[in-house]
Design a protein around this ligand. Sequence first.
Ligand code: NAP
Length: 297
Amino acid sequence: MATSYQPLAGKLAVITGASRGIGEAIARNLAAKGCNLVINYTSASSKSLAEALGAELAAAHGIRALCVQADVGGEPGDPAAGGGAAGIIALAKAFFSPDGSTTPFQIDILVNNAGIALNDRIEDVNYKDFAETYRVNVLGPLRLVQAAKPFLPAAGTRTGRIVNLSSVSSAAGFVGQSVYGGSKAALEAMTRTWARELSEHATVNAINPGPVAGPMYASNTTEFLNDIKGLIDRTPLMRPRAGVDADDVVEATRDPLSGGGRPAYPAEIAGIVGMLCLPDSAWCTGQVVCANGGMFM
Ligand code: NAP
């Protein structure tokens, strides 16, 4: 049964890395607003996750969802990469605006969410990890924007929305994140350039989560968690709320390594993406919007 308030009804969003984690939460948020979805993922093992999500959201909100397995940083035309970003857009066009369709193909919302974090100190950083991180986190979003550009809303409408998933790591100088932090700083730099180059078609913003519950955060080393404890202690919205947060979440903040704070819930990050995708956010572009509970002010 479709929900009644659907401010994005009839629009189409392409979300990379939407099989799980923050990307899945973004898919849930936009679908609840009535938006049709392209749910991208890269691993064969995530196919069933993505398809179950698409089917659930289609049934719950009366939207259409297409799942596409493709490596967003892959070479166009490489079948092993699902044709890369260009392959995602080509499949979306064939599905949402097939040959003979009277509706021109339009991409209203693009969320560059897929990302990887391979952390190492200076002496341990290797070329392979560097190249892979920049290929997925920087080249991937650039290729997706290149492939989607011809299909953004018409010049002068400015109704399109592009949201890039950065991180507090772009600015925090976290130990072990020279590569990951640098890749997110590059994404923020592209955000500002795209806000100007695409200004007649779409707003372009980045958001910068801090710790978010999920496997990426769980893979952090004790050393890293020790390093960021002080920051968490000063982050106002990360303090647990007895009776609001689940008991186990509150309990986990008693672990000294937690810095006394809880990570964000993926839905809290998705809510900020959803806000930036609304017509109400039309006067906001070129920004890195806080998505970290006040870790950075
Ligand atoms: P996650 O749980 O590891 O999920 C990553 C998603 O990206 C999966 O859907 C994965 O697909 C997909 N993906 C990975 N490489 C891809 C590629 N080459 N092409 C297409 N899809 C690919 O990640 P997350 O924690 O939700 O993070 C999402 C974004 O938020 C990332 O950009 C990350 O840097 C940023 N962020 C995360 C945190 C955090 O604490 N988690 C904090 C700040 C910023 P498969 O399922 O097929 O593998």
